[in-house]
Design a protein around this ligand. Structure first.
Ligand SMILES: Cc1cc2nc3c(=O)[nH]c(=O)nc-3n(C[C@H](O)[C@H](O)[C@H](O)COP(=O)(O)OP(=O)(O)OC[C@H]3O[C@@H](n4cnc5c(N)ncnc54)[C@H](O)[C@@H]3O)c2cc1C
Ligand code: FES
Length: 269
C-alpha cells in the first residue's frame, strides 16, 4: 500500500480538525531513571493530558525558578501517564533532572501538531540522538513500523528494548560502529525505503534534511519534527518561527503551533 503525498495531507487536515485542546496539570513524578549519561526518563501521572496526547506532540514543563517552560516531546502515553525523556543541556533541564519521585511537575500539554500516521501500511520511524524518544509512541500508531535509531556510539544508545517491543523491525546505527550498524540512519533507510509508504523523522536538522532528500528521491512522503527555541509554546510569542513554503511561496510558520511536525516538502531547508 502506498499513500500519495496528497492523501497523507488529507489525513493531516482531518487530524488538525480533531486535535483536542491542551491543558495544564500538576503531574506527579512516579518513575525516574537515568538511562544514559545525562539522559533522564521521567514518567508523570497526568490523566487528563495523557488521554489527549498524540504522537509527535510535546509537553511544556515549568522549571522552578525559571520564567520560561521547557519543551520536551511526548515519548509515550500509557494509561494515565506520560513518558518524557530528556537530555541535560542547560540550567533548565539540569534543574528538571533534580526532581525526585513524588514531586509534582507543572505540565502544559499536549501541544503542537504531531505526526499523521495512516491507518494502513508500513512507516519508517527515524530518530537521531535525543530525537529518538518521540518515535516510540509514534511507532505504536502504525500498522507496521520500522524503527531506525541513530546514535553517536554505544554509550548513547537509549530505548532500544522499548522499540523492539513496539515495532516490527528495529535497526540501530552508530556513527563509530560500536553498536548495531556502522553508519548513519540514512544508510539504514536506503535498505528499506522501497518497502515503506511514509517516512517520519526527528533529530538534528542535517539528519532531517538528508532523510527528506532521500524520501523525495524515492517519491515517498516524509514528515519531519523540527526544533526551534521556544517561549510560550502555544503560538503567542513568535519566538519559534521557521521558514516554510506552500504553493512555492515562502513564509514563516510557528514550530510550536503549526509544527513541530511538518511535511518535509513544506520546510525551507
Ligand atoms: C518541540 C520540541 C521538543 C523537544 N523535545 C525534546 C526531548 O524530547 N528531549 C530533549 O532532551 N530535548 C527536547 N527538546 C529540546 C529541549 O527543549 C532543550 O534542550 C531545552 O529547552 C534546553 O533547556 P535548558 O534550560 O536546559 O537550556 P538553556 O540553553 O539554558 O535554555 C535557555 C532557553 O532556551 C530554550 N531552549 C534551549 N535550547 C532549546 C532547544 N533546543 N529547543 C527549544 N528551546 C530551547 C529553553 O526552553 C530556554 O527558554 C525539544 C525542543 C523542542 C522545540
Ligand atoms: S513558542 Fe511562542 S509562538 Fe511558538
Amino acid at each position: 500500500m502506498c499513500y500519495t503525498i496528497k492523501q497523507i495531507n488529507n489525513f493531516m487536515g482531518e487530524r488538525v480538525a480533531t486535535i483536542m485542546k491542551y491543558d495544564v496539570e500538576l503531574s506527579r513524578l512516579i518513575k525516574k531513571e537515568e538511562i544514559a549519561q545525562g539522559i533522564f526518563d521521567f514518567t508523570v501521572k497526568c490523566p487528563s493530558l495523557a488521554k489527549k496526547a498524540q504522537a509527535g506532540q510535546f509537553a511544556h514543563l515549568a522549571v522552578p525558578g525559571k520564567t520560561l517552560r521547557r519543551p520536551i516531546s511526548i515519548c509515550d502515553a500509557v494509561g494515565d501517564s506520560l513518558r518524557l525523556v530528556f537530555q541535560v543541556r542547560g540550567q533548565g533541564t539540569e534543574k528538571l533532572a533534580q526532581a525526585k519521585v513524588g514531586d509534582d511537575i507543572d505540565v502544559l500539554a499536549p501541544l503542537g501538531h504531531g505526526f499523521t500516521i495512516p491507518p494502513r501500511g508500513t512507516v519508517a520511524f527515524i530518530g537521531g540522538g535525543i530525537g529518538v524518544p518521540p518515535m516510540l509512541y509514534s511507532g505504536k500508531q502504525a500498522e507496521k513500523a520500522i524503527a531506525i535509531l541513530g546514535f553517536r556510539d554505544k554509550a548513547g544508545v537509549i530505548l532500544a528494548k522499548d522499540f523492539e517491543e513496539a515495532c516490527s523491525q528495529v535497526i540501530v546505527t552508530t556513527d563509530d560502529g560500536s553498536f548495531g550498524l556502522h553508519g548513519f540512519v540514512t544508510d539504514a533507510l536506503r535498505t528499506v525505503i522501497d518497502k515503506v509508504d511514509l517516512v517520519c523523522a526527528c533529530g538534528p536538522t542535517p539528519m532531517l534534511k538528508a532523510v527528506a532528500a532521500m524520501a523525495r528521491e524515492h517519491n515517498t512522503p516524509c514528515q519531519v519534527s523540527m526544533e526551534e527555541r521556544m517561549g510560550c509554546g502555544v503560538g503567542a510569542c513568535l519566538v519559534c518561527a521557521c521558514k516554510t513554503k506552500k504553493d512555492n511561496k515562502e513564509g514563516y510558520s510557528h514550530v510550536c503551533k503549526n509544527g513541530p511536525v511538518f511535511n518535509a516538502e513544506e520546510v525551507v531547508w
